[in-house]
Design a protein around this ligand. Structure first.
Ligand code: ATP
Length: 325
């Protein structure tokens, strides 16, 4: 009910009378009044004027279930939102929820993570209330070897959402980072549980540095936040809504094609090192080559002296020859 009231207030340009609000939701005036008070406690500024009704003046930067759902227009992505003040990591929480039967498209969101994760056991800095920490639960009917492409689908959707909402140019560092002005603003961590030849579930975690005014010293040479780049805050729920909208569209293309044939052009347009020399850091070797772009299976094509090689994500890191990108 809170979500429905929020949705009506958000979409209503003027004052809406208490009577109208009650009738459209089918509850008593007292019930509406109670919910309005709850919303005010959460930080929504709602004006109540006699003979005119209610009007939402501003909303807080929160990522609760009702705040996100009241903005959604998707068919299935994020239709179920599980919000937590704090979790160890949204990927861990999403795995627990998936094990307990959470549906495809469920989104786990937290205001903070006590143990945010990066790839290969690394950590993700997650200060309270300033970032987007979210993990999507996906249950695709695909062979597990297709799952790595999902990271690229998520990366493209995140980049498009950042561009739409902030106007910044969001570039992708293959396969899983989003970079703004040559610094990392988003990290993506995809994990999966398989059963024989099929995927049990995938959790796709996205961490976005949104409103931090500075980053920890150990990462501030390579990392930035949207606030630092824009000089003003961005509403996190607005970003999440845009991400879910793009993700749903791109996922449906991926699901239909079973590859990235309809997504590789926009992905390659944003590929930060395209056409440049990059350093490939593998577990056993390190070499330099020219990044040509991704192919429809999501591999990075790199030109070396002896020909073109396709790199699959797994255990490699790509760096610029002179630094992070
Ligand atoms: P590589 O390119 O080396 O494979 P990655 O970019 O995939 O690495 P992840 O494992 O996804 O890196 O992210 C973890 C790393 O990101 C950490 O080791 C740290 O250097 C950096 N990092 C941690 N927190 C943040 C953050 N909030 N913003 C940007 N970078 C961060």
């Amino acid at each position: 009910m809170k979500t429905r009231i929020l949705k009506i207030l958000r979409n209503y340009p003027d004052y809406i009378s208490g009577q109208e609000l009650c009738e459209s939701i089918g509850v008593s005036r007292t019930a509406v009044w109670k919910i309005i008070n709850k919303l005010k406690e959460e930080g929504y500024q709602i004006e109540a004027v006699q003979n005119r009704g209610y009007h939402m003046v501003s909303c807080p930067d929160i990522v609760t279930e009702s705040e996100i759902v009241s903005r959604l227009s998707t068919k299935w992505a994020g239709k179920k939102i599980l919000y937590f003040n704090e979790v160890d990591s949204t990927n861990n929480q999403a795995k627990r929820e998936a094990e307990n039967g959470a549906a495809h498209g469920t989104l786990v969101v937290a205001d903070s993570q006590s143990a945010g994760k990066g790839r290969r056991g690394r950590s993700w800095s997650s200060p309270v209330g300033t970032g987007v920490f979210m993990s999507l639960i996906l249950k695709p009917e695909l062979h597990p070897e297709y799952a790595s492409m999902l990271t690229l689908v998520v990366a493209l959707a995140t980049a498009r959402a950042l561009e739409e909402i902030t106007g910044l140019s969001a570039m992708i560092k293959w396969p899983n980072d989003i970079v703004v002005n040559k610094k990392k603003v988003v990290g993506i961590l995809t994990e999966m549980s398989t059963e024989m030849e099929s995927i049990h579930y995938v959790v796709a975690g996205v961490g976005i540095n949104v409103n931090m005014d500075k980053l920890p010293e150990e990462i501030n040479k390579t990392a930035t936040s949207l606030r630092i780049e824009l000089g003003k805050p961005t509403n996190r729920a607005v970003l999440i809504e845009a991400f879910l909208r793009y993700f749903e569209e791109y996922y449906e293309k991926f699901e239909r094609d079973k590859d990235l044939s309809n997504l590789m052009v926009p992905y390659n347009e944003r590929l930060i090192n395209k056409g440049n020399m990059v350093k490939i850091l593998g577990t056993n070797e390190e070499y330099v080559g020219k990044a040509l772009g991704i192919n429809k299976r999501g591999g990075l094509l790199v030109e070396r002296e002896n020909g073109i090689e396709m790199i699959t994500s797994g255990e490699v890191s790509v760096r610029g020859v002179y630094g992070y990108v």
